[in-house]
Ligand binder design. Structure first.
Ligand code: IDP
Ligand code: MG
Length: 138
């Protein structure tokens, strides 16, 4: 175990539904520390880089359209084992499978509108934090 920093996005559905406070609160109450926060509208170019691993999949176009459809809240979240810990708080990717008590299990019903993104590995966290916090301060 180690102190890690991970990238979280509150996706456009979470921002437009007014869920930022609820979602940030869950990370803070767990004991993670906010190291960076930015509200921004993602460009198509940034969306395509962020989701590069999904390029070519049937849902890629829909994914890029959705993530660029309105502002997101990008967060750099730090703490012990934060990469896997944040993913555990988020719940399974498809809200149909997300356990109650998780963010997606409590706040989402649709796979395409599942309110949060979290980096899935150390390499992803490093790459994604550099995309959203390019000044390197987090
Ligand atoms: P993750 O967000 O839990 O890491 P990924 O597999 O990386 O899940 O997928 C990225 C996002 O793409 C998901 O959060 C979800 O919103 C969307 N997505 C994943 N699979 C599908 C699909 O089969 N159809 C439509 N959207 C999908
Ligand atoms: Mg992913």
């Amino acid at each position: 175990m180690a102190t890690e920093t991970t990238l979280v996005l509150v996706k456009p559905d979470g921002v437009s539904r007014g869920l930022c406070g609820e979602i940030v609160g869950r990370f803070e109450r767990r004991g993670y520390e906010l190291r960076g926060a930015r509200l921004l509208k993602i460009t198509r170019a940034l969306a395509q880089r962020h989701y590069a691993e999904h390029r070519g999949k049937p849902f890629f176009g829909e994914l890029v359209s959705f993530i660029t459809s309105g502002p997101v809240l990008a967060l750099a979240v730090r703490g012990e084992n934060a990469i896997d810990g944040v993913r555990a708080l988020m719940g399974a990717t498809d809200p149909a499978d997300s356990a109650p008590g998780t963010i997606r299990g409590d706040l989402a019903t649709l796979l395409g509108e599942n309110v949060v993104h979290g980096s899935d590995s150390k390499a992803s966290a490093k790459r994604e934090l550099a995309l959203f916090f390019p000044d390197g301060l987090v």
